[in-house]
Design a protein around this ligand. Structure first.
Ligand code: UDP
Ligand code: MG
Length: 142
């Protein structure tokens, strides 16, 4: 089934000049880039985006980090896109991520792990609609 997933390049990776390299690897994996932009989230917007983690001990630090600088938001599209992009990213903790994955290669810590990807179809719908307007995400015309 053709799916859409939300990919983010997190603030630490944008700050380290890794945008071009990370986008090249996303596209190199065969996923289609259906939408793309750079924004900076407010603390409150980061809290809404990560609301499922609201009760976790890392929530405060995570949302501070995610609002600390610009992020790049992309919609990736393709067969089984959600799982394929999760596989490309690797495990949440860069130290546990498999060799060759984005988090293993570019992540610096459990929190600053370079990239985000939706984890399920419902999550992808929520995340895409939170970050992209209908006009921006109408990528079938691109
Ligand atoms: N995170 C953290 N400490 C933890 C677990 C997660 O700082 O113990 C951060 C990390 O940046 C992660 C994000 O919170 O990417 C969301 O966590 P989740 O469990 O959803 O991992 P993901 O889906 O990003 O692999
Ligand atoms: Mg997650």
């Amino acid at each position: 089934m053709i799916e859409r997933t939300l990919a983010l390049i997190k603030p630490d990776a944008v700050a380290r000049g890794l945008v071009g390299e990370l986008l090249a690897q996303m596209q190199g994996s065969g996923l289609r880039l259906a939408a793309l932009k750079m924004i900076r989230l407010s603390k409150a917007q980061a809290e809404t985006f990560y609301a499922v983690h609201r009760d976790r001990p890392f929530f405060e630090s995570l949302t501070r980090y995610m609002s600390s600088g610009p992020i790049v938001c992309a919609i990736l599209e393709g067969e089984d896109a959600i799982r394929r992009y999760r596989d490309l990213m690797g495990a949440t903790n860069p130290k546990e991520a498999a060799e060759g994955t984005l988090r293993r290669r570019y992540g610096v810590s459990l929190e600053a792990n370079a990239v985000h990807g939706s984890d399920a179809p419902e999550t992808a719908v929520f995340e895409i609609s939170f970050l992209f307007s209908g006009l921006e995400s109408g990528g079938e015309r691109l």
